[in-house]
Design a binder for this molecule. Structure first.
Ligand code: ATP
Length: 133
């Protein structure tokens, strides 16, 4: 299988750096699957799990927005936050999920507080999913 270099970086540093056969991300325009040789592309990301595939193994990373930059031999994900499953504090994500659900129940749907809580909920759910919880 052909491979390409993949990097996931945040303002705090590098979270993943390695050769992979496929990268899939959740872009704002929808799910994107990138194989080696892909045409150059820059796309904004939404909250979601990044999947990096190699040798039938999948490394998941929880990402909360940012950008993906694709070149034929290299994919760079510049994320606002990014965590590997082993770095995820499950209790913290569960608490964030409950807090967000409570805030959504209290706020009106068109309020900014509702949208903020909805985003927090998506982040918490993504972290729990990536952690396998
Ligand atoms: P919380 O409400 O629990 O603080 P948050 O969604 O507001 O979560 P972020 O602003 O997305 O947190 O992230 C702030 C920092 O904390 C980032 O470095 C992020 O990687 C880290 N982080 C957030 N939640 C978790 C978690 N459950 N486990 C590990 N790291 C986390």
């Amino acid at each position: 299988m052909k491979t390409m270099q993949a990097n996931v970086v945040t303002p705090d540093g590098t979270v993943f750096d390695g050769d992979v056969e496929m990268v899939s991300v959740r872009a704002q325009s929808g799910e994107l699957g990138i194989l080696p040789g892909h045409i150059p592309l820059v796309a904004p990301l939404t909250v979601g799990a990044v999947r990096l595939k190699k040798d039938n193994k999948v490394q998941r990373v929880a990402v909360s927005g940012g950008f993906i930059e694709v070149r034929p031999d290299k994919v760079t994900i510049l994320a606002e936050t990014a965590e590997l499953p082993t770095d995820i504090d499950v209790a913290r994500a569960r608490a964030a999920k409950e807090r967000a659900e409570r805030r959504m129940a209290e706020a009106k749907q068109d309020e900014i507080d509702f949208k903020r809580a909805q985003l927090a909920l998506r982040k918490a759910i993504t972290r729990l999913e990536v952690a396998g919880k």
